[in-house]
Design a protein around this ligand. Structure first.
Ligand code: ADP
Length: 481
């Protein structure tokens, strides 16, 4: 039993472990992906907003160049001021290239006078302004076509190109810092998720561990040990039903022990008597023949008693076996009762007991002939055994559409109230010596009770000390297995 429960607990443990892994994955994977997504969009947004701003700046610069007639004069304080401001604020290098691809202005002064025929410059002369972003070299390049006058500009007559290059190293730096920060946050989240998962794992497994340990103890036979459980409703329910089962096992274990000790005691008593009787015969010399006969008669009586205990025990054990089945037949119950009474009449006559049978109607029922005969015999035999001289025993038989009712009443010694709940127990006797004198084994009513239960019936007792006893048996007319 406990192995099954242990396996069940092991199953719950592994299930919990799988759940733990799922929690970890669900907790860690989305956060990690979110971090990557967040950093990418963060960088993209920074670059895009920088490009937008630089585009505006380059258009402003272009307009200043056109309005100050720079392409003709090649000098303008307004343009110089504008370019130096762009260089300072946006870390940008500006080159102005004329129609002959000659660099007429370079804020780094490196290329002035040189020819610059880069692709973006050529494209600009064709009227296609370009914006290029190099992630690798961390710069943004903007090339805009220039004209010597606003009129030319309107007519798309280009006299030069404004080429501006801006370093965006600061953005890379910014993204790197952001990455470091999110990495730290991510690690903290990981640690928190793992810690919470591990702690909850420990807390979750604690009741299981406690219960498994209790079950291990039960394995060693401690049925009276209480299971240690708290926490989950399901676990409490499981533990309660296990405890219920353990209590039942404890009761069974106790009743088995009691049965074994009762059986040993009951079987020993006649043997002790036989030994005492035999010993006294052996020890005396020249035993008179009458005494010898008397002792031998007692020894035979004890052997008979031993025999009847063993017979009753075997009957009881057979009845209690789950495999024992009834041999159901349709039986005339009136005939059955009459037969039992006929057999017992001589015994009743010995005490001058009147044996009356009251039959209210003919009853036929689906019952086991041998076992039901045993039930009626036991009850009537007891009614005679525990009766007074010149008393009476009344057996009545009645039925309704569902059951037949057999009542056995007597004018006997009766039983005290407190005994009534025990009389169906094995070896229980109200008065041990009296029962012994009458040859009782204390097993008759246990046998009776078991046989009735097998028929899906029941038995009730009503008794008053000194007045008499009534047993009422109710058995279904149709047997439903
Ligand atoms: P026993 O073999 O001792 O008769 P039973 O199991 O048949 O054992 O009965 C159990 C005890 O119940 C008896 O010892 C007796 O004390 C009591 N008992 C049973 N039937 C009656 C009865 N009709 N009147 C009084 N006591 C009874």
């Amino acid at each position: 039993m406990s192995d099954i429960i242990k396996n069940m607990l092991d199953f719950f443990k592994s299930l919990r472990f799988i759940v733990l892994i799922i929690i970890l994955l669900v907790g860690i994977i989305p956060v990690t992906f979110f971090k990557i997504y967040y950093l990418n969009t963060y960088e993209d947004n920074l670059i895009q907003s920088r490009i937008d701003r630089l585009k505006k700046v380059s258009v402003v610069t272009k307009n200043t160049i056109i309005t100050s007639d720079y392409m003709n004069t090649q000098s303008s304080s307004a343009v110089d001021a504008e370019l130096s401001q762009v260089a300072t604020v946006f870390n940008g290098r500006t080159m102005i290239i004329d129609k002959a691809f000659k660099v007429v202005k370079d804020t780094y002064s490196l290329n002035e006078g040189n020819i610059c025929m880069s692709e973006s410059v050529i494209q600009s002369f064709r009227g296609q302004n370009t914006v290029q972003y190099s992630e690798e070299k961390s710069y943004i390049e903007i090339a805009l076509a220039l004209s010597s006058s606003e009129k030319n500009m309107e007519e798309n007559l280009f006299d030069g190109v404004l080429l501006m290059t801006f370093s965006i190293k600061d953005i890379s730096e910014d993204v790197k810092q952001e990455r470091d920060r999110t990495n730290i946050i991510l690690i903290i989240i990981w640690i928190v998720v793992i810690t919470v998962a591990v702690i909850s794992q420990l807390l979750i497994s604690r009741p299981f561990k406690k219960m498994a340990a209790s079950i291990d103890d039960v394995k060693l036979g401690q049925f009276d040990r209480r299971l240690s459980y708290d926490g989950y409703t399901e676990l409490i329910e499981v533990a309660e039903s296990i405890e219920h089962m353990m209590n039942r096992m404890k009761e069974l274990d106790e009743s088995r022990q009691e049965f074994v000790s009762n059986v040993s005691h009951e079987l020993k008593t006649p043997i002790t008597s036989i030994k005492v009787l035999a010993d006294s015969l052996i020890m005396q010399e020249n035993v008179p023949a009458e005494m010898y006969r008397e002792f031998m008669t007692d020894i035979v009586a004890e052997i008979d008693r031993e025999n009847s205990i063993i017979t009753d025990l075997l009957t009881l054990v057979k009845l209690e076996k789950k495999t024992e089945t009834l041999k159901i037949e349709k039986i005339n119950v009136n005939g059955m009762v009459e037969l039992v009474l006929k057999r017992l009449r001589p015994i009743a006559a010995k005490k001058n007991i009147e044996l009356v049978f009251e039959s209210f109607r003919p009853v036929s029922a689906e019952i086991d002939d041998v076992k039901m005969t045993m039930v009626i015999s036991n009850l009537v035999e007891n009614a005679i055994k525990y009766n007074i001289l010149d008393g009476w025993v009344r057996v009545s038989l009645n039925a309704d559409y569902q059951y037949f009712y057999l009542k056995v009443s007597d004018s006997g010694i009766g039983m005290p109230e407190e005994a009534l709940s025990h009389i169906f127990e094995r070896f229980y006797r109200v008065d041990k010596t009296r029962s012994r004198e009458t040859g009782g084994t204390g097993l008759g009513l246990s046998i009776t009770y078991n046989a009735i239960i097998m028929h899906k019936g029941d038995i009730k007792v009503h008794s008053k000390e000194g007045e008499g006893t009534t047993f009422t048996v109710r058995v279904p007319l149709v047997y439903a297995p």
